[in-house]
Design a protein around this ligand. Structure first.
Ligand code: AMP
Length: 124
């Protein structure tokens, strides 16, 4: 069975897309810990990030670098990275424009309009 992220990558379920290339898709986390909380996901479905092939690992972190620089330009904030993978068994990196209200696992409730406005600001 495909992971929820593979279904997003296949366009079977919607997401607030920020970035896409041949090997990577990035979209807003639906349970954001800060505004702009983004997931960067390799298109190949591998559970643990350290089990990615060298090529997919490099492509993932190259995308993380690009998106982080862009996010910092837009938000003026440093980017916090988090890698856990306890909920979705499809490798991904959480990127968050850091602010002092951030707390691991504490989420914000945003409206669809708010998600769309953030997506529009951060989309590359
Ligand atoms: P973890 O596997 O612990 O790194 O967490 C998985 C993350 O994926 C959580 O922060 C969820 O809020 C997020 N998530 C799960 N389903 C979706 C979805 N359909 N769209 C966006 N984010 C999601």
């Amino acid at each position: 069975m495909s992971s929820i992220f593979s279904k997003i990558i296949a366009g079977e379920i919607p997401s607030y897309k920020i970035y896409e290339d041949d090997k990577v898709l990035a979209f807003l986390d639906i349970n954001p810990e800060v505004k702009g909380h983004t997931l960067v996901v390799p298109k190949v479905e591998v559970d643990k990030i350290y089990d990615l092939s060298e090529e997919d690992w490099v492509a993932l972190w190259a995308a993380v670098k690009k998106i982080s620089a862009h996010m910092e330009e837009i938000t003026g904030r440093r980017t916090l990275y988090k890698v856990i993978g306890t909920d979705v068994p499809h490798a991904h990196v959480h990127l968050m424009p850091y602010d002092e209200t951030w707390e691991h696992g504490k989420t914000l409730s945003l409206t669809e309009d708010e998600f769309n406005a953030i997506r529009e600001k951060l989309a590359m």
